[in-house]
Design a protein around this ligand. Structure first.
Ligand code: FES
Length: 126
C-alpha cells in the first residue's frame, strides 16, 4: 500500500499540478519551513467567496512539493469557509504515508501557507 502512495507522491513531485503564479491574485501568501528554509507560496483567485484559480511556487523536498500540489488540487472550487475547515488530516490522507515529526513540517507547510493567506494573518501559531 505504501509503495502506491509513494508513487503518487513522486508523480506530484515530478509533475506538480497548478505550479506557477497568478497575475493578479486576490490572496497570496508565502512562508518558510523553519527547519530547512524551504518555501511555499500560494496564490488564489476568489470569486463569490470561492476559489476560481490557484497556483503555487515552492522550493523544497518531494514531500512538501507533492503535498502542495495535492492541496491545490483539493481546493479548486472550494469556498473560503470550506478551506478553513481543512486540517492536517486531509493532507496526511492524501499523502497516505506515515511521517515523522520533521517530515510532518514538510507536509504541513502548504496548509500553514494556505490558512495564513485565507485568514489574512501574518504569523501562524506553531
Ligand atoms: Fe524542506 Fe521538506 S526538507 S520542506
Amino acid at each position: 500500500m505504501d509503495a502506491l502512495y509513494r508513487e503518487e507522491i513522486l508523480e506530484h513531485y515530478k509533475f506538480p499540478r497548478n505550479r506557477g503564479a497568478l497575475q493578479h491574485p486576490d490572496i497570496t501568501y508565502k512562508d518558510t519551513n523553519p527547519l530547512c528554509g524551504d518555501e511555499v507560496q500560494i496564490d488564489l483567485s476568489i470569486k463569490e467567496n470561492r476559489v476560481t484559480d490557484v497556483k503555487f511556487q515552492a522550493k523544497g523536498c518531494a514531500i512538501s512539493q507533492a503535498a502542495t500540489s495535492m492541496l491545490t488540487d483539493m481546493i479548486e472550487g472550494k469556498t473560503l469557509d470550506e478551506i478553513k475547515q481543512l486540517g492536517k488530516k486531509e493532507i496526511l490522507e492524501a499523502l497516505g504515508i506515515e511521517l515523522g515529526p520533521v517530515r510532518l513540517k514538510c507536509a504541513l507547510l502548504c496548509l500553514k501557507v494556505l490558512k495564513s493567506g485565507v485568514y489574512g494573518i501574518k504569523e501562524w501559531p506553531t
